[in-house]
Design a protein around this ligand. Structure first.
Ligand code: HEC
Ligand code: HEC
Ligand code: HEC
Ligand code: HEC
Ligand code: HEC
Length: 472
């Protein structure tokens, strides 16, 4: 009966009709909690779905693939093989842009890197990416690609932190056996549906970040506001990260701040490198999906607008239910943007709003191309100098400038909004990247050239210098 009401509700919503029974139904469903055993140990979203069918239906829709001009995702058919049963994947970015291959030369990303797609695919895409064959991956990868909260609890005998530490260092295949679902209800909610952060790396990363702001011993789950939690649950995964030490501890490098130069300074201080660039010998860093960090520098964050406001808006302007179909807001501009923006501009249309986003993204892409051209030119110059037998000592500055130009470009390249989350900040980062790449070229050509930034000396062989203890 309740289920039927809920279904009617969904249909009514689809038809754009006010569904006043919704609140009542929702309350009624919660009352039925005693019949469905949802505890802190249930990771299967289908079980939660018996109690919250509307949310489960919306959640499952993330299997849909639909492109936008610069984002969304697109289904590319593939023939399954013995090692990879997927019949559909998303577009390959390294095949579309050889520049990416060159900038990641010698690192598994040069082998396989695709457009991201919906949450439903996170576990299989990680399991079957060719990066798994290119290098052995640790259990730590699973932090952001599975419903892993219950597995942490089990492995740590009730202690999440211990479970985290155990699973991080397992080989991927072994850890993979401990999880079954992509991100699920229990990863963002407790059994009473209160939002919570379940990931140790975010808890620790935020504590380190707050300490840099003068706030000691910050505890995200007891101290964050509800509005902050609407971004923090996403920041558990949509962030820059690295694996620290032999324990492969997942760490978010935020103890100096969330801005690109602060993260760069963190990595420089501990002399961290993800890999050594094959063509040039530079000690390079790979940035990954810093949505949370870039968003934090934009006008929306400044105005208190969070990830959930745009990516999980109300399912219609009359309904308070949050849309659990997490996707590109450009497929959903009415609900995601206009509710807010029409308050100031009543005649603003979805088409116009989309146009504004695409204009920002087009400009961003243009600048990104210039930064890429400059980085590729530096890589080419360095390679030539190295092949011509120039000494390591002569190439220190240019290699460090490559490291820097690469990380800055990658920071916005790996960020998935094509500049939208913080347009001016993204433009600043690209301009800095371009500046570093061109200075690197000057440094190759003219030994007397003095770069405008401090140069860190990284030995071309990764084993030559022991890393100092990282800041925490
Ligand atoms: C003001 C609205 C807004 C806020 C706030 C916002 N986003 Fe976005 N996000 C967008 C838009 C618009 C795009 C571009 C979508 C496209 O190009 O199709 C986007 C793109 C993305 C993408 C890539 C989606 C795709 O389909 O390619 C991800 C992932 C993402 N955002 C995550 C986040 C996270 C995580 C946060 C919070 C830390 C956040 N967003 C905050 C509006 C927002
Ligand atoms: C801190 C969280 C986090 C960790 C740890 C993490 N990922 Fe991801 N991964 C994401 C997010 C968020 C996306 C979607 C955004 C994107 O693709 O940029 C993603 C996307 C992917 C994709 C799809 C797009 C692509 O790159 O082809 C693959 C494959 C993947 N990750 C593999 C891995 C592997 C292998 C590891 C371990 C080395 C790993 N991930 C560790 C958060 C994480
Ligand atoms: C447990 C980690 C995790 C959490 C938590 C998480 N995401 Fe994701 N998200 C991912 C991964 C991984 C992918 C890429 C999956 C793939 O490509 O197979 C992804 C993909 C996306 C996409 C791309 C969808 C598309 O169709 O292209 C968007 C948008 C997104 N996430 C937004 C969010 C928002 C907003 C939140 C918070 C409400 C959030 N995510 C929470 C890991 C996470
Ligand atoms: C990636 C994080 C994430 C996942 C996974 C997730 N939710 Fe939510 N959920 C949210 C956010 C964000 C809100 C808004 C909470 C707020 O504003 O206080 C929310 C709110 C809710 C609410 C409260 C009412 C409302 O509409 O705001 C219900 C019920 C709910 N979720 C059910 C579920 C169920 C059932 C699942 C699994 C099928 C699920 N959620 C999975 C992030 C998530
Ligand atoms: C919860 C309210 C809210 C939502 C939802 C929201 N915005 Fe905004 N947006 C703001 C505020 C506040 C500003 C700051 C400027 C202002 O006050 O008008 C802003 C500014 C902007 C700007 C100008 C950016 C700049 O750098 O000057 C654009 C473009 C924009 N929003 C697009 C969007 C899009 C696209 C969406 C949906 C994906 C969206 N907004 C969703 C509140 C919102």
């Amino acid at each position: 009966m309740q289920h039927d009401l809920m279904r009617t509700c969904v249909l009514a919503v689809t038809a754009g009709v006010l569904c006043s029974v919704f609140g009542m139904t929702f309350a009624g469903l919660r009352d039925a909690a005693s019949q469905v055993p949802i505890t802190d140990d249930v990771d299967d979203p289908a079980v939660w779905g018996q109690l919250y069918p509307l949310y489960y239906e919306l959640y499952k829709k993330s299997v849909d693939m639909q492109r936008t001009k610069h984002g969304g995702s697109e289904a590319v058919p593939r023939t399954p093989t013995g090692t990879d049963p997927r019949t559909m994947v998303s577009r390959s970015k390294v095949e579309e842009d050889v520049g990416l291959r060159t900038m990641w030369q010698g690192y598994p990303f040069a082998v396989d890197f695709r457009e991201e797609r919906g949450h439903a695919y996170m576990l299989e895409d990680q399991t079957f990416t060719m990066r798994q064959q290119a290098a052995p991956q640790p259990g730590a990868c699973l932090n952001c690609h599975a419903s892993i909260y219950v597995a942490f609890k089990k492995a740590g005998e009730g202690n999440i932190m211990r479970g985290f530490e155990k699973i991080n260092q397992m080989p991927f295949a072994e850890a993979r056996k401990l999880v079954q679902h992509p991100v699920a209800c229990i990863d963002c909610h407790d059994a009473n549906l209160t939002l919570r952060v379940t990931r140790p790396a975010f808890i620790e990363g935020m504590r380190a970040y707050k300490a840099s702001q003068g706030i000691q011993n910050y505890d995200v789950n007891s101290q964050a506001t509800r509005q902050e939690m609407r971004a923090f649950v996403c920041g558990q995964c949509h962030v820059e990260y690295y694996f620290q030490g032999a324990e492969k501890r997942l760490v978010f490098p935020w103890s100096k701040g969330l801005k690109v130069e602060e993260i760069q300074a963190y990595y420089d201080e501990i002399r961290f490198r993800d890999w050594t660039h094959k063509d040039t010998g530079a000690a390079t860093l790979k940035a990954q999906h810093p949505e949370f960090e870039l968003w934090s520098q934009g006008i929306h964050a400044r105005a208190g607008v969070t990830c959930a406001d745009c990516h999980m808006p109300k399912i219609s302007q009359n309904l308070t239910a949050s849309d659990h179909w997490v996707r590109s807001p450009l497929h959903n501009v009415e609900n995601a943007c206009l509710g807010c923006h029409q308050q100031r501009e009543p005649n603003l249309t979805a088409q116009e709003m989309k146009g504004r986003v695409e204009q920002i993204q087009d400009r961003h892409w243009n600048l990104r191309q210039h930064a890429m051209t400059a980085l590729l030119a530096l890589i080419a110059d360095l390679k030539q100098a190295k092949d011509a037998g120039r000494s390591d000592a002569e190439l220190v500055a240019a290699r460090y400038l490559q490291r820097r130009a690469q990380f800055y470009l990658d920071f916005v390249e790996a960020e998935n909004s094509t500049g939208f989350h913080a347009p001016q900040e993204a433009a600043r980062i690209l301009a800095e990247s371009l500046n570093y790449a061109r200075q690197g070229q000057l440094a190759v050509r003219d030994p007397s050239f003095r770069p405008t930034i401090d140069i860190f000396d990284f030995p071309p062989s990764p084993t030559a210098a022991p890393a100092p203890t990282p800041p925490r």
